[in-house]
Ligand binder design. Structure first.
Ligand code: G6P
Length: 470
């Protein structure tokens, strides 16, 4: 039996974990995407296709009643599709070329091959006239491949990361294929309006299709809409967690363990070169060196979540950051008072919520970021309307969280000034800013995001041959 809704993403919403007795089982991934899409999946008899991680093949299975279909990758496919083209070519290219993208023809060939397999499996699973929602940069060719196999389907695509300006995108030797791949969808969603505009402009310039505002008119009479749907978090869920006694107690315990400094700075990021971890720690170190802050009054807790560790850029970044942390602590720390408390690990939601509650100043300084959910999670967890957010202008979240201390992460002095201002801000000022940000997050949560995308996708008033060409 087929399905009326197919979610297609590089990863499944579950992780393979081994318990204490050595028994392996599936555990739901902590991200908010699953909880957002879950109600949509249940309402539509949905199925989720994705790579389970590793090279092992698994049969389709259910977790908490959700139908999951794992798609295995070989070691070579992991190297060339996932680590190579997705994370060595597209990831840096789409993030403002913060690192140099590598262009290898073998990587591209494998990207095509893996995208085709995803499209073929989706075509097998989808009922007549079903809706398909494809996610993210690893699968940009799936919409077109799928449309060729199954023209009856309604296809949506959502890009979770930035979509670069034409000046950068055009470096890609396969730029036209990617654009055409995306144009297989009826609706292409981005985090921000600027990304949708970049896409429309590229389609006009590089593929030569007519466009008008957010619509692309294809020669076969079909139209494609490109628009912004800024993603969010399960705000109520985080708030409830942050209010729980266990989390409040754990937050106290964290402050105690750190020696109850006057103020705690916090950074939580996947260990990724787009996140600006190195620069922010430097800024903090300089503030201590300058005497503007002391290690008795302030500590910086940096959680770096291991990520993509087989990709060279990521390995080098870890070494760079750990060298810097060692230097800062060696030069500026005292016994029992490190300047930076550095953790290379990942934590469950409860511990994250406790860290958010314990921290006075949350520091989120990416060079480029599609959205950045950590910034939103911090706001959702500040149930007492206090705490400061220092946020990069280049994170998608900066469009919504206007009351943060907004910084340019390339401007070291500007960043130092903002960290200090946030540190010294009056409680009244903190409350004024936090209240406004909390209102924004409460009103625009991840459920609203998923609903608005699905509603737009299923509204065919401007699609296919029905649409009037200009
Ligand atoms: C970003 C991407 C996701 C990706 C996640 C984790 O949020 O947009 O597509 O799944 O990072 O990265 P990973 O490479 O571990 O899947």
């Amino acid at each position: 039996m087929g399905h009326d809704l197919v979610i297609v993403a590089n990863r499944l919403p579950v992780d393979r974990v081994t318990d204490r007795n050595g028994k392996a089982h599936w555990r739901r991934s902590p991200g908010g995407l699953v909880s957002a899409i879950e109600p949509v999946m249940r309402a539509h008899d949905g199925v989720w296709i994705g790579w389970p991680g590793g090279t092992k093949a698994f049969k389709p299975f259910k977790v908490d009643g959700l139908d999951l279909v794992p798609l295995a990758m070989s070691a070579e496919e992991i190297e060339e599709h996932y680590e190579g083209f997705s994370n060595g070519t597209l990831w840096p290219l789409y993030h403002d070329v913060v690192a140099k993208p590598e262009f290898h023809r073998e990587w591209w060939d494998t990207y095509v091959k893996v995208n085709r397999r995803f499209a073929e499996r989706t075509a097998e699973l989808a009922n007549d006239g079903a809706t398909v929602w494809v996610h993210d940069y690893q699968l940009q060719l799936v919409p077109q491949m799928l449309r060729e196999l199954r023209p009856d389907l309604r296809i949506g695509f959502y890009l979770h990361i930035p979509f670069p300006p034409a000046e950068l995108f055009q470096q890609l030797p396969w730029r036209r294929q990617i654009l055409e791949g995306l144009l297989g969808a009826d609706l292409v969603g981005f985090q921000l309006p600027g990304a949708a505009q970049n896409f429309i402009r590229l389609v006009r310039q590089r593929v030569g299709h007519k466009t008008h505002r957010d619509l692309v008119y294809l020669p076969d009479g079909r139209t494609v809409r490109a628009a912004a749907f800024p993603i969010s978090i399960d705000a109520a869920g985080f708030e409830e967690l942050a209010r729980s006694e266990a989390v409040a107690e754990r937050a106290e315990a964290i402050r105690d363990a750190l020696g109850n400094p006057r103020k705690i700075f916090l950074g939580i990021d996947r260990l990724d070169y787009t996140k600006g971890i190195h620069a922010r720690l430097r800024a903090f170190g300089e503030l201590i060196r300058d005497g503007a802050l002391t290690v008795d009054d302030a500590v910086f807790v940096q959680v770096a979540v291991p990520s993509r560790e087989r990709v060279e850029h990521y390995r080098n970044l870890r070494d760079d950051i750990e060298l810097l942390v060692g230097r800062i602590n060696g030069d500026l720390g005292r016994i029992g008072r490190p300047a930076v408390s550095y953790l290379h690990t990942s934590y469950p939601r409860e511990e994250m919520a406790a860290l958010y509650r314990a921290a006075d100043i949350m520091v989120v300084t990416p060079y480029r970021d599609g959205m950045n959910l950590v910034a939103k999670e911090y706001v959702a967890c500040r149930v007492d309307d206090d705490g400061a957010l220092v946020l990069s202008e280049f994170a998608g979240a900066a469009d919504e969280l206007r009351q943060a201390w907004l910084v340019n992460p390339y401007d070291m002095n500007g960043m130092k000034a903002a960290l200090l201002e946030a540190y010294e801000a009056e409680p009244k000022e903190l409350t004024r800013r936090m209240k406004a940000m909390r209102r924004q997050i409460a009103q625009h949560d991840v459920k609203a995001w998923a609903d608005s995308f699905m509603t737009e996708l299923e509204d065919d008033s401007h699609s296919h041959t029905k649409s009037v060409r200009p």
